[in-house]
Design a protein around this ligand. Structure first.
Ligand code: MLT
Length: 406
């Protein structure tokens, strides 16, 4: 007799951004004239770069001719894209990687959710709190997180590492067991960054304890300050303990196009097993590769024009971040992030809970953000705004929030 995966029944509510989407839809249906400004989910708004579009057009034409038509993509990705990534990103940071250490995928969300396929069922995960919900939810689905306690909003088998203003949103090393440690820098949702020294401590910890680090670097293109590491492999020994996940969504606007990659170094051998081989085995079995057209689009991001155009996109969003950040500061809010990341993390005013502030903003000024507590218990009392809207909408949202406060 069929039995459903009972771990799913333990998950509280729906996925954070699905819950928000539903709430906003309900409000919008009830108030059809409301001019909503959506600064909730970190979804880009600028069109794809011209060189990316040109590459897609030309790849579409290739698919229409027998001589250049492509069927299944190689399951681990086309070499032209893997090489562009190594030459275009990692070499510039002094990191040497081989082509077969890069695994092309349909995005960082899928990879960060799927990577748990290669962990033992009884590994204990450690996460920053607040955290991108995919890491915890996907481990909960695999039965790795124990039971969920509604009162504390925590899972019994997860090590939570609080990230608050007091520790500049970079957690202390865990005191409990941590077999798999998820880190995301520049951070979603707090917008914080970790210095190389701080990251090195994590790498040293992982090496000393036989732990694996999953490093989510989806926002590395938003780093504006010098000396902030773009890759965990800038740290000594990281190839022996870390997997890095990257995305084309935020640096090149591929949220709807879907493309990402994961780096699994061959030196990463834990418990006597090569994680590169495990991930290749998993990908070969469950994935047929990102589409050729999209991989050509990804390659174009690394062309000279592609680099210039995507840098301009990032600069546009970072100007929004600055505008929102400075504007909220002037209005008396406690504001974090927005300097090396497209997220602004603020304290809710008047001791409102995160969800109270979400409702208040939605109902009084029609601005949508993301409640900090949706990312974990230490996010309570905080709120996230994204810089991925238009400049006009960012300015308008700011004015509305300022007036609301006054
Ligand atoms: C976010 O808003 O946190 C992100 O857009 C979600 C994602 O990248 O999947």
């Amino acid at each position: 007799m069929f039995k459903a995966n009972e771990n799913y029944a333990k998950l509280p509510g729906s996925y954070l951004f699905s819950t928000i989407g539903k709430k906003v839809k309900e409000y919008s249906n009830a108030h059809p004239d409301a001019k909503l400004i959506r600064l909730g989910i970190g979804d880009v708004t600028l069109p794809l770069a011209p060189s990316v579009i040109a590459a897609m057009h030309s790849a579409v034409d290739e698919m229409g001719k027998a001589e250049t038509f492509r069927g299944y993509a190689p399951d681990l990705g086309y070499e032209f894209l893997r090489k562009a990534i190594i030459d275009g990103d990692y070499k510039a940071w002094g990191v040497d990687l081989d082509i077969d250490e890069i695994f092309i995928s349909d995005g960082a969300k899928s990879d960060s959710g799927n990577i748990g396929d290669i962990f033992a069922a009884d590994n204990r995960i450690a996460v920053c709190d607040p955290v991108y919900p995919v890491y915890v939810d996907s481990n909960a689905m695999s039965g790795r997180t124990g039971n969920y306690d509604k009162a504390s909003e925590k899972w019994s088998n997860v090590t939570y590492m609080p990230c608050t203003a007091e520790n500049s949103f970079v957690p202390e090393l865990p005191k409990e067991r941590a077999d798999v440690i998820y880190l995301c820098y520049p951070n979603n949702p707090t917008g914080a960054v970790a210095t190389k020294e701080q990251l090195q401590k994590w790498v040293d910890f992982a090496l000393a304890n036989g732990s694996l680090i999953i490093f989510d670097a989806a926002y590395e293109a938003y780093i504006t300050e010098k000396d902030i590491p773009h890759s965990i492999y800038e740290c000594d020994g990281a190839k022996k303990c870390a997997i890095e996940i990257r995305s084309f969504s935020k640096n090149a606007g591929f949220t709807g196009t879907r493309l990402g990659f994961t780096v699994v170094p061959k030196a990463l051998v834990l418990d006597g097993v090569s994680l590169n081989s495990l991930w290749a085995r998993r990908s070969g079995t469950k994935f047929n590769g990102a589409p050729y057209i999209i991989q050509r689009a990804g390659e174009a991001v690394y062309s000279e024009a592609g680099r210039r155009e995507t840098r301009e996109m990032v600069a546009y969003y970072m100007n929004n971040a600055k505008v929102i950040r400075e504007g909220l500061k002037d209005a008396g809010f406690d504001v974090y992030g927005g300097v090396n990341a497209p997220y602004i993390w603020l304290k809710t005013p008047g001791n409102m809970t995160s969800w109270e502030f979400f409702d208040y903003l939605l109902e009084t000024v029609n601005v949508v953000g993301t409640p900090g507590s949706g990312f974990g218990p230490s996010g309570e009392g905080y709120f996230r705004l994204t810089a991925f809207g238009s400049l006009e909408n960012s300015l308008e949202a700011l004015e509305r929030i300022k007036n609301m406060k006054g």
